[in-house]
Design a protein around this ligand. Structure first.
Ligand code: AMP
Length: 265
């Protein structure tokens, strides 16, 4: 496995065809591994990027605290058959004078976009840059970040980016909590209360299946856990899929999750 840190080295090392890309912010867990395995199975060359993208963090968010463990990540990537890791520096991605941003309009509004105003501009810009640097035939995103996946699908469609976007189901811990790099920031008490999030979403999905209001059902479960702050519980339709989505705060850590109510990935 090769590790490259500059755009020029990435361009020189990555073949021009048969490439699958898994973009990540590192602190790799079994959710990332599911993306790597899906990509490994379908592409001749597997590229993973590891970049904690500062432009998708707002002021006062957890950019500084975001978990980073490159040595461990490189072992995980190597074990999953990654051919090349692109781990650029912040200056390499955003050199002095950088001034071009990608704004996806409607998909970026509401939900995470309402809570984190510049988040999706940062995500869209970083993803388009990665697509242009790596030039993958396919790129892999998790259902866990459903609005982000829909935003990338929209960006690729609107700007005719020659990449196929593939979505992978959410990987969860045994108790249902969706795996997330941010779970490492939870205290054990916060970790215990956080499972109300997947429970609420499952309850909402059951309610929906029996013709009841999924939002009210999910809210009732979250409201019974007063130490969780609820940012939103909403449904949204993305590309023919209907999701029930929620964001909560456990202490200083913000967690998001969603389940599919209609459609498939
Ligand atoms: P991140 O490193 O958190 O930016 O995530 C990188 C990619 O992994 C994104 O496409 C995420 O949606 C995906 N991902 C994160 N957590 C999970 C999970 N628990 N299951 C499946 N995919 C995930």
């Amino acid at each position: 496995m090769k590790v490259v840190r500059t755009v020029d080295d990435a361009r020189a090392a990555i073949p021009s065809a048969g490439v699958g890309l898994v973009p990540t912010m590192g602190a790799l867990h079994a959710g990332h591994v599911a993306l790597l395995r899906a990509a490994r199975a379908e592409n001749e060359t597997l590229v993973a990027s590891i970049f904690v993208n500062p432009t998708q963090f707002g002021p006062g968010e957890d950019y500084g605290e975001y978990p980073r463990d490159e040595e461990r990540d490189l072992h995980v990537a190597e074990a999953e058959g990654v051919d090349l890791v692109f781990a650029p520096s912040v200056d390499g991605m955003y050199p002095d004078g950088f001034q071009t941003w990608v704004e996806v309009e409607q998909v970026a509004r509401g939900l995470e976009g309402a809570a984190r105003p510049e988040h999706f501009r940062g995500v869209a810009t970083a993803c388009l840059k990665l697509f242009n640097i790596v030039r993958p035939a396919r790129a892999y995103f998790g259902q866990k970040d459903a609005q982000q996946a829909a935003l990338v699908e929209q960006l690729v469609r609107d700007l005719n980016v020659p990449v196929e976007i593939r979505l992978v189901s959410t990987v969860r811990d045994e108790d249902g909590l969706a795996l997330s790099s941010r779970n490492a920031l939870l205290s054990s008490e916060e970790r215990a209360t956080a499972i109300a999030l997947p429970r609420a979403l499952s309850r909402g999905k059951l309610a929906f299946a029996s013709g009841e209001d999924p939002i009210a059902a999910a809210r009732a479960v979250l409201d019974a856990e007063p130490s969780l702050g609820v940012d939103y519980v909403e449904t949204a339709r993305f590309n023919g899929r209907v999701h029930l989505l929620a964001a909560v705060r456990a202490g200083r850590t913000r967690l998001i999750d969603n389940v599919l109510l209609e459609g498939s990935l």
